[in-house]
Design a protein around this ligand. Structure first.
Ligand SMILES: *[C@@H]1O[C@H](CO)[C@@H](O)[C@H](O)[C@H]1NC(C)=O
Ligand SMILES: *[C@@H]1O[C@H](CO)[C@@H](O)[C@H](O)[C@H]1NC(C)=O
Ligand SMILES: *[C@@H]1O[C@H](CO)[C@@H](O)[C@H](O)[C@H]1NC(C)=O
Length: 395
């Protein structure tokens, strides 16, 4: 098939299907991949059922460097990171009854978009974090077939003169607080948590306070937890490989403050991590009792493929959350299924974890014990074309 990018793609790549999947029902996973050599990145739809994990649809309509998806009903919002380009792209893709993805509308972003989130009344806004260009965007997605650009912010370079990636601002994720009144963007380049008031009606973002991390920390992704009357925020920091917890204060002047309540390495201790380690994703379990993060390029564990071959693996590291204090305690360091788990996600009831192994071109789905928070054995795995950087269960 000929694509907008003038490259011929084979319609169905060969997937190696392995092992038995859970009995009873099936689920879908949406995956994005970065390109490898001449291959383009794609959005893949994988089906998990008794036959394993197999590709049932693929699309190149997000552009050649898809990096993140946000599902809202039957629409997938996808960003094209467009490596080396002067801007990135947003696309709304309609999920058809036959699982095909048809592009409805789109928009242009600051360079290198890597994360999106829906906000505003009725889910009418979409915020984007743009890593390469050092900015953020918002869009009006009231009509997914006619996306309207709203705001664009490009942040100034930090005043000090640090090497890449800290030579400029690098927002890495767009995160909505539990009230829906604030958006926060961990900025890996400037070592800031940038906070914005988000007007639910007009969708306007107003820049608010920043929280400053120690220089060299590299905050990447974050997860809020509302626990009783308290709110906590957990931030995974890629450059220093730290996990930091904060209690969040909603101030009378409509700003947020963050007070550190937890700080340890991504392994939950103070021991040095292996050279080359680069923390990536952080996700709360659906029951909000556990927190899991992924750490890349450690090769500290092993994973046995369905064909019996043992390969090096990075970890998925799980912590239990004390609901009263927000304190964390280490529960498990489990194999992610290979190298470079840039992204992973839980299914709705928390009984499965899907892991995207970017460097190995593999997706692995694991069992998860909801009571202990522990990740168990692999239930299915698939080799996918390109470098999978994101894997989320369909809603
Ligand atoms: C968003 O777009 C819709 C049209 O799709 C328009 O009616 C609405 O006023 C816009 N909202 C904002 C906040 O711009
Ligand atoms: C967090 O912990 C790390 C590792 O133990 C330490 O190097 C760093 O100084 C601590 N940072 C803060 C802000 O507490
Ligand atoms: C098992 O699968 C891996 C990944 O596809 C492959 O590299 C390896 O050669 C396979 N091993 C055997 C014994 O088939």
């Amino acid at each position: 098939m000929r694509t907008a990018y003038g490259i011929t793609l084979a319609l169905s790549a060969s997937f190696r299907l392995t092992s038995a999947a859970p009995r009873g029902g099936s689920s879908l996973l949406y995956v994005t991949t970065y390109p490898v050599s001449d291959d383009l990145g794609k959005v893949l739809t994988l089906k998990l059922d008794g036959a394993g994990l197999q590709s049932v649809a693929e699309s190149d309509s997000c552009g050649p460097y898809p990096s993140w998806l946000t599902q809202a009903g039957n629409i997938l919002y996808c960003v094209n990171e467009a490596w080396g380009g002067d801007h990135g792209d947003l696309a709304s893709l309609k999920i058809g009854a036959d699982l095909s993805l048809a592009k409805l509308s789109g928009g242009t972003t600051v360079g290198g978009p890597v994360s999106t989130i829906v906000y505003g009344a009725g889910g009418r806004g979409l915020a984007v974090a743009d890593y390469a260009g050092g900015g953020i965007n918002t869009f009006n997605i009231s009509d997914p077939a006619a996306i309207v650009p709203l705001q664009t912010e490009v942040f100034p370079k930090p005043p000090d003169n640090r090497p890449e990636p800290q030579n400029q601002a690098r927002p890495h994720e767009a995160v909505l607080d539990p009230t829906g009144n604030f958006l926060v963007f961990p900025d890996l380049g400037a070592d800031l948590l940038r906070t914005f008031r988000a007007d639910k009606k007009t969708l306007a973002l107003t820049e608010s306070k920043v929280y400053e991390f120690s220089r060299g920390t590299g905050p990447r992704h974050a997860a809020f937890l509302k626990s009783g009357s308290k709110t906590f925020l957990y931030v995974v920091c890629e450059l220093a490989n730290l996990l930091q917890g904060f209690s969040v204060t909603y101030n009378a002047d409509n700003t947020l403050s963050f007070t550190q309540i937890y700080n340890a390495t991504t392994h939950g201790d103070s021991n040095p991590v292996p050279a080359g380690t680069s923390a990536a994703e952080i996700t709360l379990s659906p029951d909000r009792k556990f927190l899991t993060l992924s750490s890349r390029n450690e090769k500290s564990l092993q994973y046995t493929l369905a064909n019996g071959t043992t390969v090096p693996s990075d970890p998925l590291i799980t912590f239990a959350i004390n609901a009263a204090t927000g304190a964390l305690s280490h529960v498990q360091t489990a194999p992610a299924g290979g190298i470079n788990p840039r992204h992973f996600s839980f299914n709705k009831d928390g009984t499965r974890v899907a892991s995207a192994l970017q460097s190995d071109g593999r997706i692995v789905v694991f069992e998860r014990d909801v009571a202990s928070g522990k990740i168990g054995k692999a239930v299915a795995e698939a080799d996918v074309p390109g470098m999978p950087n994101f894997a989320v269960f369909a809603q």
